[in-house]
Design a protein around this ligand. Structure first.
Ligand code: APR
Length: 228
């Protein structure tokens, strides 16, 4: 079975009603995202940061996977598919994708602010000030903040290195190290990018650019990759 690797970003969830990062002007209630998504912000005003993530979690719970998530899951009928997503939502999983690597963590999980090894699934819960790990440390969202390391990046690079097909969808490719992953694809890998605004960092040659929204673009690509 050929290996198909998806590198997705917030644009794949846009048609599910979840705002992209930079599309919203990068602001939340007047705060720059960089001001609420950093370890420094959490130290300065943990309540504000927890409230921001509780709101984002609510939006994700209210959203449903869209046709692009479902099309990506359908690729598994013909390919060995690995989804590498920068998204912290669970819409790929809910659409049926079985192998999803969350580069930037998961909204539906919490971790200890002191012990990165202590992680819990939140279920229907949110995180509030005073929610502690067994050692008495405050819990925080299990997401990667600006300025923090991306622990899964080496694993992700290894996955892209094995790709026969690489599909980049709904990401501006401006956030590193995630953006550097496209350079790990082997020379003979087929490369596709789906985005209404093709990222400027996509090299000019060797890529099939589908300048469309995720649902329409995936529908078109599915017809090419899985002929009826
Ligand atoms: N379908 C496909 N792509 C879309 C759609 C859509 N319906 N709507 C918007 N897009 C595209 C935009 O053109 C843009 O290229 O999705 C991309 C969204 O880019 P960003 O907002 O920068 O989001 P992303 O690339 O996921 O951000 C990366 O930045 O803040 C951090 O950790 C956060 O994971 C995030 C990372």
């Amino acid at each position: 079975m050929k290996r198909c690797v998806i590198l997705s970003g917030s644009g794949v969830s846009e048609e599910s009603g979840i705002q992209t990062f930079r599309g919203s002007g990068g602001l939340w209630e007047g705060y720059k995202l960089e001001e609420v998504a950093t370890p420094e912000a959490f130290e300065r005003d943990p309540e504000l940061v927890l409230r921001f993530y509780n709101m984002r979690r609510k939006a994700v719970r209210e959203a449903d996977p869209n046709k692009a998530h479902h099309a990506i899951a359908r690729l598994e009928t013909h390919f060995d598919v690995m989804v590498i997503t920068q998204n912290v939502d669970d819409l790929h999983e809910r659409a049926g994708s079985s192998k999803v690597l969350h580069l930037h963590g998961e909204l539906l999980r919490a971790r200890s602010s002191q012990d990165p090894g202590y992680r819990v699934h939140l279920g229907q819960k949110d995180i509030f000030l005073g929610d502690l790990d067994p050692a008495g440390n405050q819990l925080r969202p299990d997401v990667v903040w600006f300025g923090e390391e991306v622990p899964a990046i080496a694993e992700a690079a290894g996955i892209v290195e094995m790709a026969d097909i690489l599909i980049v969808i709904g990401t501006s490719l401006v956030v590193y190290p995630a953006a550097s992953l496209i350079h790990h694809a082997p020379l003979d890998c087929r490369r596709f990018v789906i985005d209404p605004c093709i990222p400027g960092s996509i090299p000019l040659g060797g890529w099939d650019c589908i300048q469309k929204k995720a649902t329409e673009g995936m529908n078109e690509l599915l017809k090419e990759l899985i002929p009826e």
